[in-house]
Design a binder for this molecule. Structure first.
Ligand SMILES: NC(=O)C1=CN([C@@H]2O[C@H](COP(=O)(O)OP(=O)(O)OC[C@H]3O[C@@H](n4cnc5c(N)ncnc54)[C@H](OP(=O)(O)O)[C@@H]3O)[C@@H](O)[C@H]2O)[C@@H](O)CC1
Ligand SMILES: Nc1ncnc2c1ncn2[C@@H]1O[C@H](COP(=O)(O)OP(=O)(O)O)[C@@H](O)[C@H]1O
Ligand SMILES: [K+]
Length: 502
């Protein structure tokens, strides 16, 4: 697990380290600049023309210090000081003075003769960017972009990307590599900032752990080594030891969603998976996934809410360790009854997705059944219907949208997008870094429901099952993409990689 921070939290870490621990600001800065200079040296030659674009805050100060280090190593560096000294930070003034004493080639922006830039070090704005970039600074960034640097290294975060939201503040510079300090910022994990950041390298510049721990930051991501935390399969066990997943999914002409969810639950490790679906799907599901138990109902009896239907449904809910509710249910009249009965009668965790969420959006009174063991997994369109906000608005504020929805009902909300957010019921917020656009294909969300339910069945509690489930799903997508390229993946193939991850 790796903590992520907002720009504001990073400033608190800086301040605590400097003021309470006593590591001088310039010492931290020296290590930051060295990390940048080393990265540039890995990618550049001494003959390359290196430009360093420096603002007059501490991000610019990092840039001036990196320019000095490269200059002293014999690189052809040219530091562009685009802001006046008057409002410069004290560290910036110190770095400029050191650079002057060491003979670094410094110039104002008006002295720039547009020409070839082999490597650009972007140190205009870091986590201190707090408003739209307008006027002169916008022109400067446009001029730099026109010079088309061959390789760009961003200092801490690409200039123009907001460190909390990843949004472009009017204009931003794209980087090939971002060398960020201490902890990764939310802004480089979230689109469009993620795309602008290129490869993100986190440089340890000496912040002691307690400088972050005391903030109790709630943002985190998972990396491949975290897979060790998933439960092992004890030798002295039987299929009952690994939980029972009930998949309430599928309708006439839509059996695939139930199949994918059930298959994913098995592949994740559940001991038993039962599909509760309409009678029409019995044969196809039994043939496609003979390992699953199939129990069926008639749409008519569900619609009428007969005693037999209720009894049957209650029995299924009592049997289950975890439930998937919604994939491929469609929008027929009976679906509302079905969703309500499951929500009312299940006392185990429920992964609520797709048409289950559509039913909630059309019948908001059903949210009265929401309890802390509900995990909702909407994509942006479903979230728009649940909240009444526009997709474009949600996309710009994924974290707050997911967080608000989760907190409103005390549930876990997995908001699915190219970067999926898990607003967990324990107040932590998971930002997913795995996955790729090959997964933007029908059925891939159904697989996610099965993975999360599989983890719940193995005994993970809702918050961990949601975060690890999203990560595993994306990781499986990355592995399939490696083998098959990005266009041809089928949703079911995601399930085939789960074994190689664990
Ligand atoms: N010891 C430390 O603290 C360490 C800090 N480190 C480094 O410090 C960075 C943070 O430095 P920072 O806080 O000085 O902010 P920074 O990103 O340079 O920006 C502030 C400047 O930008 C300006 N400005 C903002 N928005 C603007 C806009 N839209 N349009 C125009 N101007 C705008 C703002 O102007 P003002 O608001 O004052 O008018 C001010 O001049 C951090 O990312 C990391 O690189 C590392 O070395 C590790 C140790
Ligand atoms: N560009 C992308 N990068 C990473 N993951 C993606 C991308 N596009 C879609 N996904 C993932 O694929 C899944 C799609 O789910 P969903 O929209 O519910 O599909 P369906 O309803 O067809 O099963 C989500 O988990 C989403 O996060
Ligand atoms: K920068």
């Amino acid at each position: 697990m790796r903590y992520l921070v907002t720009g504001g939290q990073m400033k608190q870490v800086d301040r605590y380290t400097i003021e309470n621990i006593g590591i001088p600001s310039l010492v931290l800065m020296e290590r930051a600049a060295l990390a940048v200079a080393e990265e540039v040296m890995k990618h550049g030659q001494k003959t390359d023309r290196i430009w360093v674009l420096c603002g007059n805050g501490n991000n610019g100060a990092d840039g001036v210090a990196a320019a000095r280090m490269l200059h002293l190593k014999g690189y052809k560096v040219f530091a562009l000081l685009v802001a006046g000294k008057e409002k410069g930070s004290s560290e910036y003034l110190t770095q400029v003075s050191i650079a002057e004493h060491t003979g670094v080639n410094l110039a104002g922006f008006s002295d720039l003769i547009p020409g070839t830039c082999d490597i650009l070090i972007d140190a205009l704005f870091g986590v201190g960017l707090d408003r739209e970039i307008l006027g002169r600074y916008r022109e400067i960034l446009e001029t730099i972009r026109r010079c088309q640097p061959k390789f760009t290294v961003a200092v801490d975060i690409p200039s123009g990307i907001h460190s909390d939201s990843g949004q472009i503040m009017g204009i931003a510079l794209k980087a090939d590599i971002t060398v960020t300090f201490g902890y990764e910022k939310l802004g480089t994990m979230l689109y469009p900032g993620k795309e602008y950041s290129g490869k993100v390298l986190v440089a340890d510049i000496g912040f002691p752990g307690e400088s972050l721990e005391r903030l109790k930051t709630e943002y985190f991501t998972l990396d491949p080594e975290d897979v060790k935390q998933l439960p092992k399969r004890p030798a002295y066990s039987n299929k009952g030891s690994f939980g029972k997943v009930l998949v309430v999914a599928g309708s006439k002409n839509m059996s695939g969603a139930a199949y994918l969810s059930a298959l994913a639950a098995y592949r994740t490790g559940a001991g038993l998976v039962k599909i509760f679906t309409v009678e029409e799907n019995r044969t196809i599901l039994q043939t496609g996934l003979p390992e699953a138990i199939i129990t069926t109902y008639e749409a008519g009896e569900a619609e009428a809410g007969t005693e037999r239907f209720k009894e049957l449904l209650v029995k299924q809910c009592e049997w289950a360790t975890a439930i998937v509710l919604g994939p491929g249910l469609g929008q027929e009249g009976y679906v509302r009854n079905l969703v309500e009965e499951v929500l009312a009668n299940a006392y185990v965790p429920i992964v609520l997705d797709a048409d289950g969420l559509g039913t909630i959006a059309s019948n908001p009174e059903l949210t009265s059944y929401f309890t802390e063991n509900i995990i909702v997994t909407p994509h942006l369109g479903e979230m728009a219907r649940l909240t009444g906000s526009a997709v474009e608005t949600i996309q710009k504020q994924l974290i707050t949208t997911a967080r608000e929805y989760a907190d409103r009902f005390g549930i876990t909300c997995v908001l699915k997008d190219a970067v999926t957010i898990g607003a967990l019921k324990d107040q932590r917020t998971y930002i997913n870094g795995s996955g790729n656009s090959a997964m933007a294909k029908a059925g891939s969300g159904d697989v996610l429901t099965g993975i999360i339910a599989g983890l719940l069945a193995l005994g993970l509690e809702e918050s961990d099952a949601a975060a690890f489930g999203v990560w595993l799903h994306g990781r499986a997508g990355d592995m399939v993409k490696e083998k098959q390229g990005e266009h041809s993946i089928l949703a079911r193939e995601l399930t085939e990689e789960i074994h190689s991850i664990r």
